[in-house]
Design a protein around this ligand. Structure first.
Ligand code: S3P
Length: 167
């Protein structure tokens, strides 16, 4: 059976949104960013959610949002890097989507996220935070049907690989 959605998972800075938009354009699918959906539903930024409500409240809202998104077909979904941590989120992704993990080396990720002030998990020593989170999530993305390395590759090349695998 052809899965109804393409779901991109992976660490922060692996290019889920950029690749997702290119994929959506090619497939004629809607592009949905789970972080943006959570912010819209909650009426506040993720940064404020972490600060005012705490990470567990954000995670709950995130899982709920993913389940809602996955109820519809014809979308490329870019998920937040921690969306895979909840069993219910993983189950919804697998049920309604072709799950693709984007990967990048730690140095690439650090370079891509270094200037970002909006990721609450990266406050303080960004390099140390990225290394710690990557270590703790070493196997968190392993359930993907397809794993794609993104280091040194163009968005077009990455989208080609995903389209070929999905077709
Ligand atoms: C997070 C990743 C972020 C966002 C939040 C938490 C994580 O999304 O959901 O800051 O736990 O890895 P991106 O992966 O799109 O940066």
């Amino acid at each position: 059976m052809t899965k109804r959605n393409v779901v991109l998972i992976g660490m922060m800075g692996t290019g889920k949104s950029t690749v997702g938009q290119e994929l959506a354009r090619r497939l004629g699918f809607a592009f949905v960013d789970s972080d943006a959906e959570v912010e819209q539903r909650q009426g506040m930024t993720i940064k404020d959610m972490f600060a005012q409500l705490g990470e567990p409240a954000f995670r709950e809202a995130e899982t709920d949002t993913i389940r809602t998104i996955m109820g519809k077909p014809g979308q490329v979904v870019a998920t937040g890097g921690g969306a895979v941590l909840a069993e219910a989120g993983r189950a919804a992704m697998q049920e309604g989507g072709f799950v693709v993990a984007l990967r990048a080396g730690v140095e690439t990720i650090i370079r891509r996220v270094r200037e970002d002030q909006n990721r609450p998990l990266l406050q303080g020593d960004v390099e140390e935070r990225v290394r710690t989170i990557m270590e703790s999530r070493k196997h968190a993305y392993d359930f993907a049907e397809l794993k794609v390395d993104t280091d040194g590759r163009s968005v077009e090349d990455i989208a080609d690989e995903i389209c070929r695998a999905w077709a």
